[in-house]
Design a binder for this molecule. Structure first.
Ligand code: IPE
Ligand code: IPE
Ligand code: MG
Length: 298
């Protein structure tokens, strides 16, 4: 009884939130640090692998929800370079799970109907052969799709990404393929993962679940600057609901509105300042004219 009342309440809340967010600008690119799988399993007295499996189910739903509301790019942090320090059993389990999900996405007709491009960012040389095979398979099958982009960060570290891009560019300069003058933001973006073709665009909103307010070496180049909003929330990843996603989008929209307001205040201040200065200049001019007049009279 209690559950069904809560269910009705949440459905209604979700419906209203959806209407609200769809009335305003939806972030083009959302990046998610999916954290808290093991703590979720721990609080239920279950094995870590259970937490990861439940987390992966939520990931599938989040892809759906993002597509549904018109997000164009979704980048998911699935496995960091630091995660290699976990036990062999856990790392193997995670790679198997990621592999399984890739194969599922590959054979899901919705991937092709919706024209979803899937790409992996990260150091592939650190991944097992079977996973690289599936990655190549899904990347190849979806390479022409442009309606929705799913970027999965595996064996990914933001600093390592920048290092490999710098090395790449340096070697192009030494072989005279590029000159020093060619190095600009655009060129650096192009050499970041995936170093082939179109780069991952700037991020508009970063979400992190699990209660920690860190960015853990995730997209330092693309999510930098004042343009990116951050949403840290308490639920563990397997508990993440549609309303959490909608709330994060409200935060993004509120940030945008604040910025717009700030900009118009600033513009108003400039206008006022110029207005006052003109006024002061005018009074001074008038004062001078009056004293000249007086001098002329006397
Ligand atoms: C996120 O959950 C999944 C990965 C990092 C692969 P964790 O495995 O970090 O779970 P917690 O944060 O320890 O609970
Ligand atoms: C962040 O989670 C990385 C991923 C979600 C893949 P971690 O649990 O690995 O992060 P830290 O080390 O606690 O920041
Ligand atoms: Mg964690």
């Amino acid at each position: 009884m209690k559950n069904s009342i809560f269910g009705v309440f949440y459905d209604e809340y979700e419906r209203r939130l959806k209407i609200k967010i769809l009335n305003s600008e939806i972030p083009h690119h959302i990046a998610v640090i999916m954290d808290g799988n093991r703590r979720y399993a721990g609080q239920l007295g279950k094995a870590r692998s259970f937490g990861h499996a439940m987390g992966a189910e939520v990931t599938e739903k989040v892809i759906e929800w993002c597509y549904e509301i018109g997000v164009k790019q979704l980048t998911l942090y699935a496995f960091s370079t630091e995660n290699f320090q976990r036990s062999e059993e856990e790392v193997d389990g995670l790679f198997n799970l990621i592999n399984e999900k890739f194969l599922k996405i590959y054979s899901d007709p919705r991937t092709h109907e919706r024209e979803m491009q899937v790409r992996v960012i990260g150091d592939r040389s650190k991944l097992p052969a079977f996973l690289n095979e599936s990655i190549e398979k899904i990347e190849k099958a979806t390479e022409k799709y442009r309606k929705f982009h799913l970027n999965v960060a595996i064996a990914y570290g933001g600093r390592q990404d920048i290092i490999q891009a710098v090395r790449d560019i340096a070697s192009c300069i030494s072989s005279r393929e590029l000159s020093l003058e060619d190095v600009d933001e655009n060129l650096i973006s192009k050499h970041l993962y995936p170093a082939t073709g179109v780069s991952v665009p700037n991020v508009d909103l970063v979400i992190r679940t699990g209660g920690d307010e860190r960015v853990s070496n995730f997209l330092p180049w693309q999510a930098n600057g004042s343009e990116c909003a951050a949403y840290f929330c308490a639920p563990f990843w397997p508990e993440f609901r549609k309303i959490d996603l909608f709330r994060s989008i409200r935060v993004y929209q509120a940030r945008k509105a604040e910025k717009k307001q700030e900009q118009s205040y600033r513009a108003l201040r400039v206008v006022n300042f110029l207005g006052v200065r003109n006024y002061e200049e005018k009074t001074e001019e008038i004062g001078q004219l009056q004293s000249i007049k007086k001098q002329g009279i006397s």
